[in-house]
Write a protein that binds this ligand. Structure first.
Ligand code: ADP
Ligand code: MG
Length: 469
């Protein structure tokens, strides 16, 4: 029996142990090229990707079937052919051709497309990019400035500067917008193949391949083609891969493949890489390899800027008084998606009632629901800050600064105390608006509560400030 006949017997046993799809994808094109020193099977596979998958998923199966047929404990080794692309695929030709191949090479041919069939599965490659999300219509401020700058840098030099770029922050703050902006710009400037995908979609695609036993081989080919055959991979909301061990493993492979070829990866998440729960450490480490940039909730200034920007150009914009936007900025959640909701509602109200001037009274009347629905009290953090700053004769900026002079510290603690007592804001959000963490907010609240027990003067001060808010 020669090597081909022997391997054919082993393959036929493997074939009956796995689905047709798996067999066709992983095993059909393998060849037994040698039995080294009479104890190691040298099996040739198409590429690095195949090799890794076979080792990860079918190691036991291969050893077992070799043993079943040969009745011996052979070792085996998977080898990749560098000239795979030029090879005739048909096995009949192996006898003459295969014996002359350089077998030891493990180099991946540079930029070798992993698959080139399956056009019928993804006939029109869709990059999923939304052309409406651009850098031009992204409003930049203190809370998103670093993320914006990094995003621009990546769009200018994809794969070179920051790889991966990891953007994180709470929902509704512009992560998805920035990612699309990067993708759109790279496409426009460099005509590169970009793919934007949510991690949920990645997971579904991957799970489909490994759960669906009856489909044909094109599925996996399509998967690889969809992901690997791109220059830029943008993967949104990576936190949804938590606990998805197999998918994480596959994402790890994808990640490695992209980085090794200096192809750009952009990832977003709701937390920093360190804080990602139920993620493999090797992934978390890699996420932080390039550049990590946080987007924080917009403060009053940035909210106002965004509002102005989104209003500009609208036919009713000139009827809206500036205090209306201030009112919205003051009383809305620190979340751009929510701001957009309020703007849309304002438009609708203007269209419906056609007021000559859109003033504070109009906004208060018709936007009350949006603001009340979200449990926002009359007192907003900004109002309190202003009242406290006026009372103690300091500026609002000083309250947010790191200055620790006794009087400033006291004013700041009073302001924080009032925010916790008279608004529905969370300690986290109050902290953010003072450039502090939640622990500082809790400490300030406790300190003032404690002092109030003994100080009549402090009691009066706080009463007077409250009257002014
Ligand atoms: P995330 O992905 O962080 O949840 P999105 O990118 O989906 O947030 O943003 C929510 C909405 O707010 C989108 O419509 C987006 O265009 C808009 N948006 C967010 N940040 C900005 C910004 N800085 N300038 C303009 N629009 C923004
Ligand atoms: Mg998003």
């Amino acid at each position: 029996m020669n090597n081909n006949e022997l391997w054919a017997q082993i393959l036929s046993r493997i074939e009956s142990s796995v689905s047709t799809m798996i067999y066709n994808i992983y095993f059909k094109d393998t060849t037994l090229v040698d039995i080294d020193n009479n104890n190691t099977f040298k099996i040739q596979v198409k590429n690095e990707f195949m090799k890794n998958h076979l080792l990860n998923h079918f190691d036991d199966l291969i050893s077992e079937k070799i043993k079943e047929v040969t009745k011996k404990d052979y070792l085996y080794e998977l080898v990749i052919s560098q000239t795979e692309l030029e090879l005739p695929k048909k096995k009949e030709e192996d006898n003459t051709y295969m014996s002359q191949l350089p077998l030891e090479s493990t180099n991946i041919v540079e930029n070798q497309p992993i698959m080139n069939v399956v056009d019928e599965v993804f006939p029109d490659y869709n990059d999923n990019l939304n052309p409406n999300y651009t850098f031009e219509n992204f409003v930049v401020g203190e809370q998103n400035g670093i993320a914006y700058t990094c995003a621009k840098a990546v769009a200018d030099k994809p794969g070179v500067l920051y790889n991966p770029l990891f953007l994180y922050g709470k929902s509704g703050l512009g992560k998805t917008h920035l990612m699309h902006a990067i993708g759109n710009e790279i496409k426009r400037k460099y005509n590169k193949r970009v793919l934007y995908i949510s991690s949920k979609q990645f997971k579904e695609d991957y799970q489909e391949i490994f759960s669906n036993k009856n489909t044909n081989t094109t599925l996996l080919e399509a998967f690889k083609r969809k992901y690997y055959d791109k220059d830029v991979l943008i993967i949104d909301d990576i936190q949804f891969l938590a606990s998805a061990d197999k998918t994480q493993e596959e994402f790890f492979n994808t990640f490695e493949a992209f980085r090794n070829f200096q192809k750009q990866i952009i990832i977003s998440s709701d937390t920093s890489p360190d804080d990602l729960q139920k993620f493999e450490d090797r992934l978390k480490t890699r996420f932080a390899w390039g550049m990590t940039a946080q987007i924080s909730p917009p403060d009053f200034v940035l909210k106002l800027k965004i509002l102005n920007n989104k209003m500009a150009g609208h036919e009713t914009a000139n009827r809206i008084k500036p205090e209306v936007l201030e009112y919205i900025a003051n009383n809305s959640q620190s979340d751009v998606r929510h701001l957009e909701g309020i703007i849309n509602r304002l438009y609708v109200m203007i269209m419906m009632y056609q007021p000559e001037v859109v003033d504070l009274a109009f906004a208060q009347q018709y936007l009350k629901d949006d603001i009340d629905n979200n449990n926002y009290t009359e007192n907003s953090i900004e109002k309190i800050k202003k009242a406290v700053a006026d009372y103690y004769n300091v500026t609002v900026d000083t309250l947010k600064s790191k200055k620790r002079k006794a009087e400033i510290n006291k004013a700041r603690q009073v302001a924080i105390y009032l925010c916790t007592m008279t608004t529905d804001e969370t300690v986290e959000r109050i902290g953010l608006s003072f450039n502090r963490d939640h622990a500082t907010v809790i400490h300030a609240r406790e300190k003032i509560t404690e002092d109030l027990k003994t100080s009549e003067q402090l009691k009066n001060e706080i009463k007077e400030i409250k009257d002014k808010i």
